[in-house]
Design a protein around this ligand. Structure first.
Ligand code: 5AD
Ligand code: SF4
Length: 453
């Protein structure tokens, strides 16, 4: 029986990192290192880092600085750094931060227990970012955060090399998982009672291109749609240049494919899109959006937008405003451009000063908030199906669920008669029809109409 030790895990960044953290927790729990909330009594602390924006490296080093006293108090404490900053910085982290014992990459998470054991036995300090273990983790091992919704990676890496983006350098080249591995993972989830999956990949539309099997992303969606018990399928992220008619039709036809699409445009200006190397024009993008709206009238749309890309003019910025008004996204993720080391755009002339980025950022935020609120208000009075995920975030007497269009709905708890009188019904994982009573900026309020399953 392995000895009981405590793991503290700090996760930064995107869904892929959250999923990787679920893998790390499962792998380490299998070797007797259990997750704890408390940094102070941890035997192993791992930082799962993100490098997509801002001064990511700087943040990691200051976080590591805060962990130094813990290491002084407990010299046996093992501090590990994984994720995207680790992949880029490698050995340098060991040099700059003497409190760190382990640096591991995004492609060798499966080796984590072995690497930790080696450190425990030899006291060595290890940086291992080059080795490439099997990227699939046994799905039974993954320790899910939640019981209703699960992330499932269908591919790793990205081959697009958008000029601002560090991901191809931190997550490697595109590599699809086999349909058998994905299918087994989702079947296992359904057996455990999960109802909803979000398929993850930097560019899911490229799924299958590197596989011997003749399969593409819409084919994969059709296969997953047949898995009993799974009620809803989502995915992210789609690259607009690769969004095919076949995928739009699959989304329209497959009962479990949710009416929600994240299709990052990044900018409304063709000049900027060209300099970003995105591979589409704003007109081509809008044509695809029209097709999607026509095929799936209830679709909710979201996007990523970057403000202040090098050389962006007032005119370019206006074009981004125009496209937001024209698409009327349900929500956007808005970012100020941040130069990333080694990426082409970081070397471009005409970098935009931060105060200009900030002003424009606020302008776009205001515009989008108006659109989001008005779209949410349009839903007042409508009856929508929600999948209950659990109790409300700020109010224990409320329940929280999501619509198929990925909007958060809060409803009052339901009660049922139990042995000791009326008690709150546990509806986690149930589909409920709710009437929307109020559309807010950050979600909807509703009341239950009927519980369907
Ligand atoms: N600066 C700002 N935003 C970025 N993103 C990626 N790289 C950068 C960067 N250097 C944004 C893009 C992408 C999202 C995940 O992060 O909008 O779609
Ligand atoms: Fe980055 Fe572009 Fe790949 Fe998205 S498609 S991960 S923005 S390089």
């Amino acid at each position: 029986m392995p000895s009981e030790k405590n793991l503290a895990l700090l996760t930064f960044g995107c869904q892929m990192n959250k999923y990787d953290s679920e893998k790390m927790v499962g792998l380490l729990e299998n070797s007797g290192i259990r997750l704890t909330e408390n940094l102070d009594n941890a035997d192993v602390i791992i930082l799962n880092t993100c490098s997509i924006r801002d001064k990511a490296e700087h943040k990691v080093y200051s976080q590591l600085g805060r962990l130094s006293p813990l290491k002084k108090k407990n010299p046996n404490l093992i501090i590990g750094v994984g994720g995207c900053v680790a992949q880029i910085q490698g050995e340098k982290i060991l040099q700059r931060a003497p409190q760190v014992d382990l640096v591991f990459g995004t492609l060798n998470i499966n080796k984590l227990p072995k690497l930790i054991k080696e450190i425990e036995e030899t006291g060595a300090r290890i940086a291992d970012i080059d080795s490439n273990s099997d990227i699939d983790t046994d799905s039974a091992t993954i320790k899910r955060n939640g019981t209703v919704h699960a992330w499932v990676s269908i591919m790793h890496g990205c081959d697009n090399y958008c000029t601002y983006c560090i991901v191809p350098y931190t997550r490697g080249r595109e590599k699809s998982r086999t349909k058998e591995a994905i299918f087994a993972e989702i079947r296992g989830l359904s057996e455990k009672g999960f109802k909803e999956v979000t398929l993850l990949g930097q560019n899911v539309n490229s799924y299958g291109k590197d596989l011997a099997d003749d399969i593409d992303f819409p084919d994969l969606l059709s296969l997953i749609d047949k898995i009993d018990g799974i009620e809803r399928i989502r995915y992210m992220t789609s690259h607009p240049k690769d969004l095919s008619d076949k995928l739009i039709n699959a989304m329209a036809d497959l009962p479990k494919a949710c009416e929600s699409l994240h299709l990052p445009i990044q900018s409304g200006s063709d000049n900027v899109l060209y300099n970003m190397k995105r591979g589409y024009t704003s007109e081509e993008y809008l044509k695809k959006i029209d097709k999607v709206k026509e095929a799936i009238p209830k679709i909710s749309l979201s996007s990523d937008i970057i403000i202040g890309f090098p050389g962006e003019t007032d005119d370019d910025f206006e074009k981004t405003r125009d496209i937001i008004k024209s698409v009327r996204y349900d929500g956007i993720f808005l970012f100020k451009y941040s130069p990333r080391p080694e990426t082409p755009a970081s070397e471009f002339l005409n970098q935009i000063p931060n105060d200009v980025k900030q002003t424009k950022f606020e302008e776009i935020m205001k515009l989008q908030n108006e659109i989001t609120l008005s779209k949410n208000k349009e839903l007042e009075g409508r009856v929508l199906e929600i999948l209950i995920e659990g109790r409300g975030k700020n109010d224990n007497n409320k329940l929280m669920g999501r619509t198929r269009t990925n909007k958060i709905v809060t409803i009052p708890s339901l009660t049922k008669e139990g042995e000791g009188g009326f008690e709150k019904e546990d509806l986690t994982g149930k589909l409920i029809n709710v009437k929307i009573t109020k559309g807010n900026l950050y979600g909807l309020d509703g009341t239950s109409v009927s519980v369907s399953s």
